[in-house]
Design a protein around this ligand. Structure first.
Ligand SMILES: NC(=O)c1ccc[n+]([C@@H]2O[C@H](COP(=O)([O-])OP(=O)(O)OC[C@H]3O[C@@H](n4cnc5c(N)ncnc54)[C@H](O)[C@@H]3O)[C@@H](O)[C@H]2O)c1
Ligand SMILES: O=P(O)(O)OC[C@H](O)CO
Length: 348
């Protein structure tokens, strides 16, 4: 099968290798001629995956029409906030029967749309031909063939099975799932929770704090997902708990690392400059919170991250603001309990 991957960053390049390991002939599309030449001629992408040799079945081009010609599976791995702009010119080159796969973990800021919704709109493909791949998938580990599982979600079971078959390799095991909303929200919101964990660790807090944020973060993700029609069991699976554990534990996570820098007192601009690659949670925290407000869901950790990143809540007051909320029962349902306002006012 021929496949295309749009985006030559760390996940796009790694997923191209996964597809090739599974037997696909893969063309990467990117904007840098130098990166594409190195993939084609040296089987390397040193900027994003230093030291990794790519399979011979992976080639690369800056020509979108050439990349998409004959591609039955088209996977997209560009920054979520730029996807609409990047993909619009490629629409005319998509094969009529192509299945489009979102590898992205974000929510569009301007529209609060999930990335599978953005792909449907901008590429003009129906939901039945769109899939989402999400799970505990740190690119570097997968590029090194560490054993890993993931979730392939689509509203159409045949589409999910096609994509799962296209990416199943001896070291990469996909599970199919019909819950596109749940799988996609898990991927986007865990980045916000990983920022919160990083912030706490940067402040010097230990494992109890980390476990508290991960667990209550999962409650937030679940609450939002259920309100938007997702299935409860998705959140306990690979895309939910699995990805939270990987992202919140690993220094390979850009969101986690960026959070640590913020927790240590760096400004957002400096923390971004110190973080290589796309930390989707920075912008998606705002769109996730907007989405939550449209359905009346309480997401205090997400709200605290938004306030800290915006400079309205001093980072050293974040934990106190969260702990000062009214006490409540532990379950997923719950009253709206915003952060105490005086602590969320603009810092002076
Ligand atoms: N890296 C991971 O471990 C990982 C794992 C799972 C999911 N994801 C998700 O995949 C998506 C991409 O992440 P990544 O890690 O590959 O990011 P990255 O920062 O490594 O790479 C982003 C790529 O997008 C390209 N790009 C940016 N603007 C472009 C434009 N205008 N035209 C063409 N290309 C452009 C960059 O050149 C780069 O190649 C994100 O949503 C991320 O959350 C990443
Ligand atoms: O580096 P991050 O924080 O984007 O996380 C990478 C993957 O999403 C982990 O599954």
């Amino acid at each position: 099968m021929r496949a295309a991957v749009l985006g030559t960053g760390s996940w796009g390049t790694t997923f191209a290798a996964v597809l090739a390991d599974a037997g696909c002939d893969v063309t990467l599309w990117g904007r840098s001629e130098e990166v594409c030449r190195a993939v084609r001629e040296e089987h390397r992408n040193e900027a994003y995956l230093p030291g990794v040799e790519l399979p011979a079945r992976v080639t690369a081009t800056t020509d979108g029409a050439a990349a998409l010609r004959g591609a039955r599976v088209v996977a997209v791995a560009v920054p979520a906030q730029s996807a609409r702009m990047i993909l619009a010119p490629l629409r005319e080159h998509l094969e009529p029967d192509a299945v489009v796969v979102s590898l992205m973990k974000g929510v569009e800021l301007s529209s609060d749309r999930r990335m599978s919704e953005v792909l449907q709109e901008v590429l003009g493909v129906p939901a039945a031909r769109v899939a989402v791949v999400s799970g505990p998938n740190l690119a570097r580990e997968i590029a090194e063939r560490h054993p890993t599982a993931t979730v392939v979600a689509s509203s159409d079971p045949d589409t999910a099975r096609l994509v799962a078959a296209a990416c199943a390799s001896p070291s990469f095991r996909p599970y199919t799932n019909a819950d596109v909303v749940g799988v996609e929200l898990c991927g986007a919101v865990k980045n916000v929770i990983a920022l919160a964990v990083g912030i706490a660790q940067g402040q010097g807090y230990g494992h109890n704090t980390t476990a508290t944020i991960i667990t209550r973060g999962l409650v937030e993700i679940t609450r939002l997902g259920l309100a938007l029609g997702a299935e409860a069991e998705t959140f306990a699976g690979l895309a939910g708990m699995g990805d939270l554990v990987a992202t919140c534990a690993s220094p390979l996570s850009r969101n986690h690392s960026l959070g640590v820098q913020i927790g240590r007192g760096l400004t957002l601009d400096r923390a971004l400059a110190a973080t290589r690659g796309t930390a989707e949670g920075v912008k998606s925290s705002t769109s996730v919170l907007e989405l939550a407000r449209t359905v009346g869901v309480d997401m205090p950790i997400t709200e605290a991250v938004v306030e800290v990143l915006a400079g309205r809540l001093p980072v050293e007051e974040m934990a106190a603001a969260l702990l000062a909320r009214p006490h409540r029962a532990e379950g997923v349902e719950g009253a709206h309990e915003p952060l105490p306002r005086p602590l969320a006012e603009p810092a002076v």
